[in-house]
Design a protein around this ligand. Structure first.
Ligand SMILES: Cc1cc2nc3c(=O)[nH]c(=O)nc-3n(C[C@H](O)[C@H](O)[C@H](O)COP(=O)(O)OP(=O)(O)OC[C@H]3O[C@@H](n4cnc5c(N)ncnc54)[C@H](O)[C@@H]3O)c2cc1C
Length: 437
């Protein structure tokens, strides 16, 4: 990224894409190939988002093709750059290692993806307990797991993807434990018949990981002894529970994905049912702001790419080309709805935390200190839940599940910044907002 000295005015960009995962890459390619000036911001050190983490060097198949197309597109990429604030009129504030920068965009495409959902249960903060996607990211970045006993638990297709990686990297896969019951998973398998690529992928992963998959079960407690972690699981429907234990070195545990909505909220976009509201062309409720990918509903890489392409074409005013992708978009949306239904969380998961279980890891707030409060805001003011470095990204969805609290409040800066950068941002905003004489 070029040096960004203190600005008194915003740089102008025709189309700004926030997020360089599959949705952002597809959007940038379509818009740049239509001759538009495109800038892409992403907070990771490399392009690719979650599933194509590792960037062009590690990419294969369709991912490699998208990276090549992006490289040839002329879109300007800014890695390690986070959108931290939004001002009126499609103006955003971004922070990179070189400083703070203001960008005024003709159109903004939000492709900010999703993160893992964590559910607090006794022992979930012990060393050796990590997110399922967290383990995947660590292994992709070089963590050696050869010979390690690994249990993967939680919910959603990500568990199988991580299990596959563990086996390929020489880990000893002890168990993969999915909370969704067998009946729902069997119905989901019939949905996959309409998605032959995904079905083939699921079957080949199943055959590679062997007979370690348990369904309709979830972890209720984990403890540590000199031999590693001991994970207690509950199996079966309410009232007919059975319990069993597994021993491991690493418990990788994630309960589906939560769309990243903070940027959309700052821009004032309507949010409903935990996702950004968009029309069939990806237009949000705010003029000039489009959205694509996991933010509009978790649906996997195919949905992200198709929605990204549509958003890029709409931003480039290629509406007929965008509409020609509507059928593929509807198929992707139906798959997203099937995921939601299949992997809906068991209500018993909301009752696992005891009074000593930490809910907010940043500020050390345990469930027992939260039960007396009536809302996220009240609990926040009293206990500091959600006020640490993650700004509620982990504990917000957890508190929503445990206590039914909405955690929709969002304040800039979206991620912690230095005091010097805050001062620069405030100075720039004052300059931008000052009425012209
Ligand atoms: C941890 C994890 C692991 C996953 N692993 C798999 C897998 O193995 N297989 C699979 O099929 N699917 C996987 N998924 C699902 C996967 O996310 C989607 O299929 C696909 O990547 C969605 O693409 P996207 O472009 O919508 O979002 P993402 O790929 O998530 O990309 C969004 C990008 O936006 C960036 N961003 C967010 N906010 C800002 C901001 N304020 N400023 C700048 N940048 C920002 C993010 O850092 C990210 O790079 C995983 C998801 C997660 C959360």
């Amino acid at each position: 990224m070029a040096d960004c000295p203190l600005q008194s005015t915003a740089d102008r960009v025709e189309i700004l894409v926030v997020g360089a995962g599959p949705a952002g890459i597809a959007a940038a390619c379509e818009a740049a190939d239509a001759g538009r000036e495109v800038m892409v911001l992403d907070d990771n050190p490399e392009t690719g988002g979650q599933i194509w983490r590792g960037g062009p060097r590690q990419a294969e198949g369709s991912a490699a093709a998208w990276f090549s197309r992006l490289a040839a597109s002329g879109a300007r990429l800014h890695h390690g750059t986070t959108m931290i604030d939004a001002l009126p009129d499609c103006t955003v504030v971004a922070r990179s290692p070189r400083g703070i920068r203001q960008l005024k965009a003709g159109t903004i495409i939000l492709a900010t993806g999703a993160r893992e959902r964590f559910i607090p249960f006794p022992g979930w903060t012990l060393p050796g307990v990590v997110g399922a996607g967290g383990l995947q990211a660590l292994v992709k970045q070089g963590l050696d797991i050869s010979g390690k006993r690994i249990v993967i638990a939680g919910s959603g297709p990500l568990l199988l993807a991580v299990a596959d990686l563990v086996v390929r990297k020489g880990g000893r896969l002890v168990a993969v434990v999915e909370q969704a019951p067998l009946g729902r998973l069997a119905r989901f398998a019939t949905t996959l018949l309409g998605h032959p690529g995904k079905l083939a992928q699921a079957i080949s992963i199943r055959s590679r990981i062997g007979g370690v998959l348990r369904v309709g079960s979830f972890p209720e407690r984990v403890s540590a002894d000199p031999d590693g972690l001991v994970v207690s699981f509950v199996a079966g429907p309410a009232g007919r529970e059975r319990r069993w234990e597994e021993r491991c070195d690493i418990l990788a545990c994630g309960f589906g994905l939560v769309p990243n909505l903070e940027v959309a909220r700052l821009l004032g976009c309507d949010i409903a049912a935990g996702r950004i509201v968009v029309d069939e062309l990806g237009r949000t409720s705010v003029t000039g702001v489009l959205a694509a990918g996991e933010g509009t509903g978790v649906g996997g890489v195919d949905k992200a790419v198709i929605e990204g392409r549509i958003a890029g074409l709409v931003a480039a005013e290629q509406l007929d080309a965008a509409r020609s992708l509507s059928a593929a978009r509807r198929r992707a949306a139906a798959f997203s709805a099937a995921l939601d239904h299949t992997f809906a969380l068991d209500p018993r998961l909301a009752r696992l935390a005891d009074d000593a279980t930490l809910v907010c890891r940043c500020e050390d707030v345990a469930a027992g200190r939260l039960r007396c409060h009536g809302s996220w805001r009240e609990a926040k003011l009293t206990t500091r839940i959600g006020m640490g470095p993650c700004q509620g990204r982990v504990c917000g969805p957890a508190a929503e599940l445990l206590f039914g609290w909405s955690h929709a409040d969002v304040r800039p800066p979206l991620t912690p910044v230095s005091v010097a950068d805050m001062c620069r941002s405030a100075t720039m905003q004052a300059a931008t907002l000052e009425p012209s004489r």
